[in-house]
Every structure is written in structure tokens, then in C-alpha cells.
Design a protein. Structure first.
Length: 118
């Protein structure tokens, strides 16, 4: 028993096109945010070593990095997928991970700005 072939992506619905564009944006921006978080982790480590203090900011940033990594992987899978329904679901999931990580990054930036003032 064979399944009917999925329609090619050039015949995609407007909703799928929107979600593919969303997946492209997430795929383009998540790695940049991941690198930004890794840079800030390094800077926090240097600051805490010189000031002889400890902070949870770098630990939380590591978890935020995982969120950006998951968003990148899921958006990549959405871009590579050929089934419209799957593309929409994956793009929405990537968007959720990206937005959660972005909000977490903003919260941590506020914490770092006010918690590590010297």
C-alpha cells in the first residue's frame, strides 16, 4: 500500500509559504544569537574571575544557548521537509523555541546589567 506523493513545494499554500519564511528567519538568526550568548558567557566568566564572585548568569545563558540550538535544528528540518503540514508544525515549534530563548536572553541581560554592576 503506497501513500500518494506529497505535492511539490512550488505548489505550496500561502500559509506554508509564510511558515517557510519564518523558518528561514529563525534559521538565519538563531546561530547568531547562540554565538552572542557564548560570547557573553565568556565575558561573564572573565568578569567573575577577576572580581572573585560567582553568578548564575553564565549557567542560565548556557541553557538559553540550548534553546537557540534547538530552534536552529528545528527550523532546518522545516526547511528540508517536503510535506506542507510538517513544515507548518516544525516552523511553529522553531518559532516558539526562538521566542522563548529571546525572552530569556532579554531577562538575563537585565539581570547581568543590574546584578553585576561594579
Amino acid at each position: 500500500m503506497t501513500h500518494p506523493p506529497s505535492p511539490p513545494l512550488h505548489e505550496e499554500s500561502p500559509e506554508t509559504r509564510v511558515h517557510l519564511l519564518l523558518a528561514e528567519k529563525v534559521f538565519a538568526n538563531s546561530p547568531n544569537m547562540l554565538v552572542l550568548c557564548l560570547t557573553v558567557i565568556g565575558l561573564v566568566k572573565i568578569y567573575t574571575r577577576f572580581e572573585r564572585i560567582s553568578t548564575l548568569a553564565d549557567n542560565f545563558l548556557a541553557f538559553v544557548c540550548i534553546g537557540y540550538l534547538v530552534a536552529t535544528i528545528i527550523s532546518y528540518l522545516a526547511l528540508r521537509n517536503q510535506r506542507e503540514g510538517k513544515v507548518v508544525k516544525l516552523a511553529k515549534l522553531a518559532d516558539i523555541f526562538f521566542l522563548f530563548s529571546l525572552c530569556s536572553t532579554a531577562a538575563l541581560a537585565i539581570f547581568i546589567a543590574y546584578g553585576l554592576e561594579g
